[in-house]
Design a protein around this ligand. Structure first.
Ligand SMILES: Nc1ncnc2c1ncn2[C@@H]1O[C@H](COP(=O)(O)OP(=O)(O)OP(=O)(O)O)[C@@H](O)[C@H]1O
Ligand SMILES: N[C@@H](CCO)C(=O)O
Length: 295
């Protein structure tokens, strides 16, 4: 093996009330072409030329995983292209983590299982909601209890999305800092009920109910909405134009609307003049997750 290609999808986590446990892989991709050579080198849009390779996030992840297996990775040229915007709530860090783990797996010949990759990725990210769909594709419902990830994949969603991506970044860490440390028992029970019903409605294809429930989150949206530009406007106008529901994507600042199949382009057109500074794009579910190809 001298050269391989890694492709990892973006993901939209939380979907309202599924805080830290629900995430959907979408058709934006981080792609890496990895070729063995005599020294490490990263050609990457997020990495200024001349920066030591040891500082590249993906290299750090790969090395960390290789170290855990007592392996030294042979040096490579890594050429990155990506359509996943950084720090916007579309799982760029999760995609990078999955890519780093895969580099370690390929170069170190670790033969990691999907469960092992998911375990490493979740331990690094702290929660599985982005890394699980980035690895496995589809809509993933997951939990991370006692250092163990359990998950289920929902592949048949008759839905499309529209993403509203502002120019500003919002780091996940900053968006987590506004959340309460504790919830009252009553509020937690209510929030869990809303989450349960959202999942059940998605499973039954009752997207009207799913959209209604996803907009009622009590875990994170009430605390984060003041950080999200045009939060109320996007929800209101998307609903007027036929969206089932709109939520903060991941930790924001991107928002996503869930819309009937075939309707996303219509919604994109409606927002062209309303949000001229945004990238408003249609998205579809990615069903595959991580792909690796020898070249
Ligand atoms: N391809 C990449 N190469 C190097 N570093 C990356 C890459 N993608 C993401 N990162 C790192 O992850 C940071 C963004 O992570 P953060 O968790 O704040 O946002 P996100 O993952 O895009 O959004 P969210 O977790 O809400 O979906 C970037 O600022 C950068 O440090
Ligand atoms: N569940 C995470 C997703 C972003 O990493 C959050 O909302 O903070």
């Amino acid at each position: 093996m001298t050269s391989f290609m890694i492709r990892v999808p973006a993901s939209s986590a939380n979907i309202g009330p599924g805080f830290d446990s629900l995430g959907l892989a979408v058709n934006l991709y981080l792609t890496l072409e990895v070729t063995k050579q005599d020294k490490w080198e990263f050609i990457s849009p997020s990495f200024a030329p001349g920066t030591p390779f040891e500082e590249h996030f993906i290299y750090k992840i790969a090395k960390q995983v290789a170290d855990q297996h007592g392996k030294t990775l042979s040096p490579c040229l890594v050429k990155e292209t990506t359509s996943v915007p950084l720090a916007r709530g579309l799982g760029s860090s999760a995609a990078a983590i999955i890519a780093g783990i895969e580099i370690a797996d390929q170069l170190g010949e670790l033969k990691l299982t999907s469960e092992e990759k998911l375990g490493y990725a979740t331990a690094i990210e702290g929660h599985p909601d982005n890394v699980a769909p980035a690895l496995l594709g589809g809509l993933i419902v997951s939990t991370y209890v006692d250092n163990e990830v359990d998950w289920l994949k929902i592949s048949d969603l008759d839905l499309e999305l529209v993403a509203y991506i502002p120019k500003v970044e919002l780091k996940t860490e900053a968006a987590r800092n506004v959340l309460p440390e504790q919830y009252l028992n009553h509020d937690a029970a209510l929030a869990s009920g809303i989450s349960n019903l959202t999942i059940a409605a998605l499973l039954q294809g009752n997207y009207g109910l799913a959209g209604k429930m996803m907009e009622k989150d009590l875990f994170h949206e009430p605390y984060r909405k003041s950080l999200i530009p045009n939060y109320d406007l996007i929800k209101r106008q998307a609903k007027e134009h036929g969206a089932y529901g709109s939520v903060i994507s991941g930790a924001g600042p991107t928002m996503v609307s869930f819309v009937p199949n075939g309707k996303s382009e219509h919604l994109v057109q409606q927002f062209k003049d309303v949000l001229p500074d945004y990238q408003v794009i249609p998205l579809k579910m990615d069903a595959d997750g991580l792909k690796v190809e020898q070249i």
